[in-house]
Design a protein around this ligand. Sequence first.
Ligand code: SAH
Length: 300
Amino acid sequence: MKAKPEKWYAVSVSVPPDHVEAVEFALNSLDSLGSEVEMFPQSGSALLTVTAYFSSLPDGSSVEAELRNAAHAYRLSPDLDFNVRHTVVEDQDWLAEWKKWWKPVEIGRFVIAAPWHSVEGDGHVIIRIEPNMAFGTGTHETTQLCLAAIDANYQSGQSMLDVGTGTGILAIAAAMTAGDGARIAAVDTDADAIAIARTNAELNAVGGRIEFSAGSLDAVKGRFDVVSANLTADVILPILADLIDRAAVKLILSGILVEQEEMVTSALPKPLSHTVTRAGEWVAIVVETGPGGSLHLARP
Ligand code: SAH
């Protein structure tokens, strides 16, 4: 785990309310420690301010690039003025405040909680995630859709590969319900995320159960019963055929906006049946890659 920085760096972006989600998405992509949306805008202002906190000052051009990417993904006007401001925060109380409103989330048999939450077991699998510099604390719709898909589709004893593991949350969910022996692997192109995911796996006593590798699909060999990829549509599309090849039974895709659903489903080889679930602006697509779902296996 990284040492607590002495100072925080805040990046604030002011936009119309319907652009807030795109800005949060962009700032999360920049490894923010957390973000908050101003609840009570100054009277008369039509803009809301999203503030994200960082342990080191993010490079201005990467902030700008992520905001442009998010604007594109969310189909916002490319000419939008984001009013970006950088400030140094000496006071660390925001983290305590942020921790106060972060509540455990229940999805199917899983409960996602921070290490300090006291939660009742009640037959649930409790997954502890330290809010840190990786994506996947359980609060984002795409993570929730993937957890629900794992709850519904992943069975004990099956092998599982999580592509773009972030905090490790999806691989940890599988590892905690895998039983003995089933291979669980997780990759992320961000080496910092892999370090955080390892720490979270240890926190949940499944550190020894998950093979973590920095990189993408090529960093791990073999096929897995279930493959999850909560990436973005533009990252998924070029590797979709490889993801399908790697998934022996089911492929869980998310990070896809409602308006991108058609683009992704139309890129699936025709005989593969799939189901779509939605939450807010987001969809998850579960593709049946196994027997009954694929052309080559349907042949005699
Ligand atoms: N699985 C977590 C995190 C999803 S965020 C969850 O469901 O909440 C997406 C993650 O994918 C990020 O950590 C990012 O670093 C990683 N990523 C982006 N492109 C990738 C690629 N081509 N291969 C593997 N990981 C990738």
